[in-house]
Design a protein around this ligand. Structure first.
Ligand SMILES: NC(=O)c1ccc[n+]([C@@H]2O[C@H](COP(=O)([O-])OP(=O)(O)OC[C@H]3O[C@@H](n4cnc5c(N)ncnc54)[C@H](O)[C@@H]3O)[C@@H](O)[C@H]2O)c1
Length: 324
C-alpha cells in the first residue's frame, strides 16, 4: 500500500485527494497546507491528519509518496524536501516557473532511486489518448496542421491570488496552454521554433488571451490558443488536426466529441467522460512504483515542455520568433 501525503490543498490538491480514492494500492494518509482554512477543510473532507508544512509531514508521518500541489514557484523546494526524505514524488505541472528551477529539478531526480512523475494530465485524458491513437494509426494520413483551444471559464482564484502575479504563474501560457504544448509534443516530438502573441500588458492579467504558433522538427505546424478571459460559460477544449487524408476534430462540449472525416466517411466516437484522468495519472504513478519503471511523464520530459512554454513567453516579450 502506497501511503500518500498531499502538499497543498487548494483547487488541484482537492481534486487529487478525490482521485486518490479511485487508485487501488494507495491510501491518502495526510495533507499539508500553510493555510488554516484549507487545513480545516482537508480534515473535514477526509477525517485525516493535516499539518502546516511538508517538513512537519516528513517529521511526523510515515508516507511513501509526496504529491506536490502547491503554487508553481514552490514545486522545486517541496520536491527537494521530498527527495531528501527519500520519498516517491508526484508533482503538478508546470514542472517549474523558470528553466533554471526546472534544470535543478531534473538534476535532483536523475539517478534518484525512487520514482518522480509530473502531472501533464492531458496525456491521461481518454479523448486525447484516442485522438493520438487515431493519428498514430494513420487514420487521417500524414499530420500537417494542428489547432487547439483551451479556456472559457472564470479566472482561477488561487492562494493569495497568485495566478494574477505573472512572476509566480507565468500567465495563461505557462499555466494553462502548457497542457496543449505538452500534448502536441507528445504527438509530434521536438519543436523547432515558436512565435506567440498575448494580451498580457495590454489588459488586466485576468483577461489574458494568447496564441502560439509552433513549427515542429517533423514539419507539422501547430496553433495553440487559450484564454483566461472571463467570458461567460463553461471551460472547454477543442482540437483539430488536418492530415493528408482527412481531418480529426474534438470538442469537449459535444456529446460525440471526436469526429474523423476522411474519404471513407465520417466516424464519431463518444468520449468516455466517466473516466477521471487525474485518477489515471496517479494510477500510472502507483504502477510505476510497483513495476519499477519510469512514470509516463518524467521531469526531463516535462522540462522539454517547459522549455517550449518559456520560449513562447520570450516570443511574447520580444515580438520575435524563438528558435529552440
Ligand atoms: N493539472 C491540472 O489540471 C491543474 C489544475 C489546476 C492547477 N494545477 C497546478 O497545480 C498547482 C497548484 O494550483 P492550484 O490551482 O491548486 O492553486 P491553489 O492556490 O488553489 O492551491 C495551492 C494551495 O497550496 C497552499 N500552499 C501555498 N504555499 C504553501 C506552502 N509553502 N506549503 C504548503 N501549502 C502551501 C495554499 O494554501 C493552497 O491551499 C499549480 O502548479 C498549478 O499550475 C494543475
Amino acid at each position: 500500500m502506497i501511503r500518500v501525503g498531499i502538499v497543498g490543498y487548494g483547487t488541484i490538491g482537492r481534486l487529487h485527494a478525490q482521485a486518490w480514492q479511485e487508485v487501488p494500492g494507495s491510501k491518502l494518509a495526510v495533507v499539508a497546507d500553510c493555510d488554516a482554512a484549507s487545513l480545516e477543510k482537508a480534515q473535514n473532507d477526509w477525517n485525516l491528519p493535516a499539518v502546516a508544512s511538508v517538513d512537519e509531514m516528513l517529521e511526523k508521518y510515515d508516507v511513501d509518496l509526496i504529491d506536490i500541489c502547491v503554487p508553481t514557484p514552490l514545486h522545486e523546494s517541496v520536491m527537494r524536501r521530498a527527495i531528501e526524505g527519500d520519498k516517491h514524488v508526484f508533482c503538478e505541472k508546470p514542472l517549474a516557473r523558470s528553466l533554471e528551477e526546472g534544470q535543478r529539478m531534473v538534476e535532483l531526480s536523475s539517478g534518484y532511486q525512487q520514482k518522480v512523475g509530473i502531472g501533464h494530465v492531458v496525456r491521461f485524458t481518454p479523448a486525447y489518448q484516442k485522438m493520438r491513437q487515431s493519428i498514430k494509426d494513420g487514420e487521417v494520413g500524414e499530420p500537417g496542421v494542428i489547432r487547439t483551444f483551451r479556456g472559457g471559464s472564470q479566472f482561477p482564484m488561487g492562494y493569495q491570488n497568485w495566478f494574477a502575479d505573472f512572476d509566480q504563474s507565468g500567465g495563461v501560457i505557462l499555466d494553462l496552454l502548457i497542457h496543449d504544448l505538452d500534448y502536441c509534443r507528445w504527438l509530434f516530438g521536438d519543436v523547432e521554433r515558436v512565435y506567440a502573441q498575448s494580451t498580457r500588458g495590454r489588459a488586466e492579467e485576468q483577461l489574458e488571451h494568447a496564441m502560439i504558433v509552433l513549427r515542429f522538427k517533423n514539419g507539422v505546424i501547430g496553433h495553440v490558443e487559450g484564454s483566461w478571459t472571463n467570458f461567460p460559460g463553461q471551460f472547454y477544449t477543442r482540437v483539430e488536426m488536418a492530415g493528408t487524408n482527412g481531418l480529426i476534430s474534438f470538442d469537449s462540449r459535444s456529446t460525440e466529441p471526436i469526429r474523423t472525416m476522411t474519404a471513407a466517411g465520417v466516424r464519431l466516437q463518444v468520449g468516455p467522460t466517466a473516466v477521471n484522468p487525474y485518477a489515471l495519472e496517479l494510477l500510472d504513478m502507483v504502477e510505476a512504483i510497483k513495476e519499477d519503471r519510469e512514470p509516463l511523464i518524467t521531469p526531463h520530459d516535462a522540462y522539454e515542455t517547459l522549455n517550449v512554454a518559456l520560449a513562447a513567453l520570450e516570443s511574447v516579450r520580444t515580438g520575435q520568433v524563438v528558435k529552440l
